[in-house]
Design a protein around this ligand. Structure first.
Ligand SMILES: Cc1cc2nc3c(=O)[nH]c(=O)nc-3n(C[C@H](O)[C@H](O)[C@H](O)COP(=O)(O)O)c2cc1C
Length: 343
């Protein structure tokens, strides 16, 4: 029988490949089609432009999310620490990577708990794969994940294509919606559904809304492509060619936001997938999102240091603030009603 890489080895390979290779989707995030109308007389003082917001009872200095990435190896623990210290210093929201590694191996727990230790005040999201409900996981495992890091909400990632391309992936996605619905009813914290880089269709948004999720992170196409990651990890031509087929797969981020807005009006939307800077985030807010998340770009900064991560956050925040200024939006609320046009 073929040997499947254990979770920690897989996690190390994911980090290495994401840091060292070009794993971008063949698609763009779709935001290049949208432009703010420039306001030559914004009637605002730049420094008074307010990028802050409150979400799930926590105050954030800007609508920036450090997307779910890692944990489960020593290197991942260090990256989580840098991300969390920076998130605490800048009052941002953050997600940890799938906590399955820690639920199955007690030795990995501290690579996740370090996050709450250094970031006691941030809006923090737990993370598990929804598919695990078909592989023995239940509500108590979700509670353990949430308690482990005293999370404010649980992100359930939906990654059918990644599992299909991954050696030994968990590919039984049948009957999951009703399990997600049962979880949403009983879990003490909000449940957020999230893709991992291929976006959300209108049909999916409707189903997830009916399940009772509190937010949807579209994680659309246009940035990190997990088929490209799996192509680079592949052990043979069969797996390599299979993964390569999907380099242009998925629903771009901009389209995904609009899909959710149409199919589930009023749903809280997190935008992620290929966002490059604060201008992209501002466009997403104007399209209907509450937060804009980045994964790959934060991974590169956090692999260097906390300082580099803070620098990246400050630049991203300033890009949002200057965008709001030049678009005549003094608050996030105004940005949401913003003057974004498709050209
Ligand atoms: C190294 C790495 C590990 C990731 N692990 C997870 C994970 O465990 N759970 C999850 O929901 N998403 C995970 N993601 C996906 C991201 O949260 C995000 O949805 C995706 O990378 C697209 O965003 P980006 O284009 O800004 O990288 C991971 C991404 C990276 C780069």
């Amino acid at each position: 029988m073929k040997k499947v890489a254990p979770i920690d080895l897989r996690k190390s390979e994911h980090i290495k490949i994401n840091l060292e290779q070009d794993v971008r989707s063949e698609l763009t995030n779709g935001l290049e089609r949208y432009h703010f109308v420039h306001e030559a007389l914004p009637e605002l003082e730049l420094e008074a432009v307010d990028t802050s917001l409150t979400l799930f009872g926590k105050k954030l200095s800007a609508p920036i999310l450090i997307s779910s990435m890692t944990g489960g190896t020593e290197e991942a623990g260090k990256i989580n620490q840098h991300l969390a210290e920076a998130a605490q210093e800048c009052s941002l929201a953050m997600g940890v990577g799938s906590q399955r590694a820690a639920l199955e191996d007690q030795h990995q727990v501290n690579t996740y708990t370090i996050v709450r230790k250094v970031a006691p005040d941030i809006l923090l999201f737990s993370n598990l794969g929804a598919v695990q409900f078909n592989y023995g996981y239940g509500i108590d495992d979700c509670r353990r994940a949430v308690d482990m890091i005293q999370a404010d909400a649980l992100i359930l990632h939906l990654n059918p294509l990644q599992e299909a391309l991954q050696d030994g992936g968990n590919t039984n996605f049948a009957g999951l919606a009703k399990k997600i619905k049962a979880l949403c009813k009983r879990l003490e914290v909000p449940v957020i559904a999230k893709e991992v880089g291929w976006g959300i269709s209108e049909r999916m948004a409707k189903i997830l809304a009916e399940c009772g999720v509190s937010a949807i992170d579209v994680a659309g196409a246009g940035g990190t492509s997990w088929s490209q990651v799996e192509m680079l990890r592949a052990q043979d031509d069969f797996a390599r060619n299979l993964a390569a087929t999907f380099a242009g797969w998925g629903i771009p981020t901009a389209e995904s936001i609009l899909n959710v807005k149409k199919a589930a009006p009023g749903m809280t939307i997190f935008a992620s997938g290929g966002l490059k800077n604060g201008l992209d985030i501002a466009k997403c807010i104007s399209l209907g999102a509450t937060l804009g998340g980045m994964a790959g770009p934060f991974l590169k900064a956090a692999a260097v240091s906390k300082k580099k991560t803070v620098e990246m956050i400050l630049l991203t925040k300033r890009q949002i603030q200057v965008t709001m200024f030049a678009a005549g939006a003094g608050t996030i609320k105004k940005l949401q009603d913003g003057n974004l046009h498709e050209w």
